[in-house]
Design a protein around this ligand. Structure first.
Ligand code: C5P
Length: 222
């Protein structure tokens, strides 16, 4: 059977990674979490005291940085220069600074090139902010997930607690709104729904319901 590409975009906490992971699993496709790539690089920039407002400083470091997304059964592992940073990239310091790093043109160009290479062969579910518009513009299926900010904040809070990450609901909501603003207002490939994307409001849908909808849409295209 044909292997298609599935792009899943949307704002922070809309359920993209949860849903994308399950869809990839059901179809035996690879899952690529592009947010984790921006996060891993942001973690390195902070740790190495790079000025994250300086595009030139950042790109010099990124060019010599390797980021790998590995799958250990159900779990995704993020390797930065060979070192496991899966947990570190979810820390507030990274979450609060990632949208600044991700707004630079040269950083996006490099990340998008790497993501295109990963998605090249098809059989991929990729989630992010600019997948349908920019990374996989020819994806056979494009999904745009959304949900109210309150519901997104509550979900992220619950997820953090389950994973044992530090979490504060009010701070999460503030951060989600700040990232929505930065991600939608930036000049270079801002977060927006691709013209041919199918919008799904996940506010009152269970994970299973969202997954079923996407699998159904995928099967129509395979
Ligand atoms: O998906 P996640 O919330 O982990 O992404 C973290 C941040 O990385 C986003 O808020 C956004 O600034 C950036 N990002 C991006 N483009 C993508 C994926 C993530 O700009 N394709």
């Amino acid at each position: 059977t044909k292997k298609i590409s599935i792009a899943i975009d949307g704002p922070a906490g809309a359920g993209k990674s949860t849903v994308a992971k399950i869809v990839a699993d059901r179809l035996s496709y690879i899952y690529i979490d592009t947010g984790a790539m921006y996060r891993a690089f942001t973690y390195k920039a902070i740790k190495e005291h790079i000025n994250i407002r300086s595009e030139e400083d950042l790109i010099r470091v990124l060019k010599e940085t390797t980021i790998e997304l590995k799958h250990d059964g159900q779990k995704q592992i993020v390797l930065l220069d060979g070192k496991d940073v899966t947990k570190e990239i979810r820390e507030p310091d990274v979450t609060n600074n990632v949208s600044i790093v991700a707004a630079h043109k040269l950083i996006r160009d490099e990340m998008v090139a790497r993501q295109k290479a990963l998605g090249n062969a098809g059989g991929v579910v990729m989630d992010g902010r600019d997948i349908g518009t920019n990374v996989l513009p020819h994806a056979e299926l494009k999904i745009f997930l959304l949900a109210s900010a309150d519901i997104r904040a509550e979900r992220r809070h619950k997820e953090n607690m389950e994973k044992g990450y530090p979490s504060d609901l009010a701070k999460i909501k503030t951060n989600i709104l700040a990232r929505d603003k930065q991600d939608t207002e930036r000049k270079i490939s801002p977060l927006r729904k691709a013209e041919d994307a199918i919008e799904i409001d996940t506010s009152f849908l269970s994970v299973d319901e969202v997954v079923s909808k996407i699998i159904h849409l995928a099967n129509e295209r395979i």
